[in-house]
Design a protein. Structure first.
Length: 252
């Protein structure tokens, strides 16, 4: 399905981004993997090309784009935006400018800047299927008091997807909004939950979900690949929730 595809994935060292990278590589694609810590990724072969980049830093994004341009000869089929982390316990009463900038720059400004820079390469998609898949969140459809920066960024990222779909003529842009997926994000900086708190949260989520289990990174990656594939050539500006039915029991 993805034989010879040229793909860029941010957040490709862990969780859903890594799962998508593995599935795409198994299907014949070459992936430029954007992340910060590659030590935790095993050997995925020559078609997994690491590119170190702190996505909060526009200069590092510029350097990554130059690397992508040179490596892929100015052509790109698929751009998957999966980099992300928690943004701390902030709501409207305790928000700080510093925390706001750090969160929004990672979750929103980076996808905006990468999208703008990669659009001309996606237009030259060798497979005539240039597309963006943004990994947004069920949080982009809900209100959560002490998770404000994350939620407003994800709301805006879903909107950005539709904006890109409207204005990036010749390139499709769609998003996936996961519910609870079992990845390292819950223990990572920005969320910092311990093992016990994660298990308590997962137990609660399982108890309310119509599909009473937490999703796997591979299940989310399968939907990401569908949106990037030639089976989704007429999907543009869509957001697909991958949440086991969470949105049917919790809503904003
Ligand atoms: N897991 C869930 O339940 C869930 C639900 C809804 C939405 N999401 C969203 O899905 C996306 C993927 O999350 P995940 O659960 O797969 O998380 P994860 O396993 O923790 O992976 C996050 C990835 O993002 C990268 N990253 C984080 N901050 C970065 C930064 N400032 N600069 C560059 N790279 C950065 C990490 O790179 P390094 O580790 O190399 O630094 C890692 O590759 C995120 O946008 C997240 O918000 C997750």
């Amino acid at each position: 399905m993805f034989e010879g595809y040229k793909v860029v994935i941010t957040g490709a060292t862990s969780g859903m981004g890594l799962a998508a990278a593995k599935q795409l590589i198994a299907d014949g694609a070459t992936v430029i993997a954007i992340g910060r810590n590659f030590a935790k990724v095993g050997d995925l072969g020559d078609r997994y090309i690491p590119c170190k980049c702190e996505v909060r830093d526009p200069e590092q994004i510029e350097a990554a784009v130059k690397f992508i341009d040179e490596t892929f000869g100015g052509e790109l089929d698929t751009f998957i935006n999966a980099a992300g982390a928690g943004t701390g316990p902030y709501g409207v009463t305790n928000i700080t400018a510093e925390a706001f900038d750090a969160g929004v720059n990672m979750l929103l400004r980076a996808p905006v800047l990468f999208g703008k820079a990669l659009y001309p390469m996606l237009l030259k998609s060798p497979h005539k299927n240039g597309s963006i898949v943004n990994i947004c969140s069920a949080s982009g459809h809900a209100i959560s008091g002490d998770n404000m920066i994350y939620n407003i960024s994800k709301h805006a990222h879903i909107h950005l997807t539709k904006q890109q779909a409207q204005q990036f003529i010749g390139v499709r842009s769609n998003s996936v909004s996961p519910g609870f997926i079992d990845t390292p994000i819950f223990a990572a900086p920005g969320t910092d939950l311990g093992e016990e708190a994660i298990e308590q949260m997962f137990a609660f989520v399982r108890s309310i979900l119509p599909i009473p289990r937490i999703g796997t990174p591979d299940e989310a990656a399968e939907v990401i690949l569908f949106l990037a594939s030639e089976d989704a050539m007429y999907l543009n500006g869509a957001d697909i929730t991958v949440d086991g039915g969470l949105g049917t029991v919790v809503s904003g």
